[in-house]
Design a protein around this ligand. Structure first.
Ligand code: ATP
Length: 295
């Protein structure tokens, strides 16, 4: 018997970052949108915990106990007085170290899959608790859709989106470390103001208004990502030239995100980005996408 769970990637349509706090974390106003690029996590009973991974970039995914999916399985097992004796297989399609929360997705997927396999019947709140313990993006990977994260990301408020948005994601050659991007942010922005969610952006999402959304997207980490990965400027320019309504770095990067007017425009932007030679590959995906789903 095995259980497979599908989990979406995310893009941050607003990422407002405050100054580093005494505890090293940053206060955020973080508007997440789940997008239709998915990893799948399959769990099968085994003699001991084992992780395998296949797909683009899978060579960079750790297969030991530091894998976030393995940690998720162990946390759930420990809470329920059992051992995490499963084979976790990750079918990767979310760019690795790309600022699209791939590791967080796998953690949420492993949690839901193990809960179903073991019949633990953990409540939604318990699962969300474990997610928050694993990392600040993990709760959103579980719930999907759209949500506003505040505090250091631990407070999550889900809301409805009024339509479908069409995106193109340009996958860069190489990755960026999220902590390194925050360090660069601190260096570039010593007096960051308190982060505030944008009312215009939230209204645009609720109404499904792509033009208004394009005018409202922001990412405070973008200058830091560009500073560490200067060639991303060329990718952003190529997407804008191909007709994207908005172009921004996704989360801590180096994946870049392009908002398109419709599905046809998204395909044309993806083709232009691929032809431009400014990225490794370009992927089309719609949002919002559902959270962790048992297949
Ligand atoms: P985020 O957007 O949440 O900051 P990211 O999308 O930039 O994250 P991930 O793909 O989650 O980055 O990977 C970041 C690092 O985490 C990887 O380089 C890898 O060493 C480690 N990692 C641990 N578990 C996983 C996993 N299941 N999948 C991918 N990376 C993992």
């Amino acid at each position: 018997m095995s259980v497979t769970v599908r989990i979406p990637a995310k893009v941050n349509v607003q990422l407002a970052v405050g100054a580093a706090r005494a505890d090293g974390f940053h206060d955020l106003a973080n508007v997440f949108l789940a997008v239709g690029l998915y990893d799948e996590v399959t769990v099968t009973p085994a003699d001991e915990l084992r992780v395998t991974c296949a797909g683009p970039g899978s060579g960079q995914v750790p297969l030991d106990r530091t894998n976030l999916a393995a940690r998720a399985a162990e946390l759930l097992a420990a809470r329920h007085g059992r051992t995490a004796d499963v084979h976790l297989h990750i079918a990767k399609d979310i760019p690795v170290a790309g600022g699209m929360a791939g590791g967080s997705a796998d953690a949420a997927g492993a949690l839901v899959a193990c809960d179903a396999l073991w019949g633990t019947e953990a409540s939604r709140d318990e699962l969300l608790d474990i997610c928050a313990e694993l990392g600040s993006d993990v709760p959103f990977s579980l719930v999907g859709g759209a949500a506003l994260g505040t505090g250091r990301g631990e407070k999550l408020e889900v809301f409805e989106v009024g339509g479908t948005f069409h995106w193109v994601f340009a996958v860069a050659d190489g990755g960026l470390s999220t902590p390194a991007v925050y360090r660069e942010f601190d260096r570039l922005t010593p007096k960051a103001p308190a982060p505030q969610a944008s009312r215009a952006l939230l209204d645009a999402l609720r109404k499904g208004d792509v033009g208004a959304l394009a005018g409202a997207v922001t990412n405070d980490l973008q200058p830091a990502a560009l500073s560490l990965f200067p060639s991303l400027a060329g990718t952003l320019a190529a997407g804008a030239e191909a007709g994207a309504l908005a172009a921004l770095v996704s989360g801590s990067g180096p994946t870049t995100a392009f908002l398109a007017a419709d599905a046809g425009s998204a395909r044309r932007i993806a083709d232009a980005l691929t032809a431009s030679g400014t990225c490794r590959t370009a992927r089309v995906a719609d949002s919002p996408a559902p959270g962790a789903t048992v297949l």
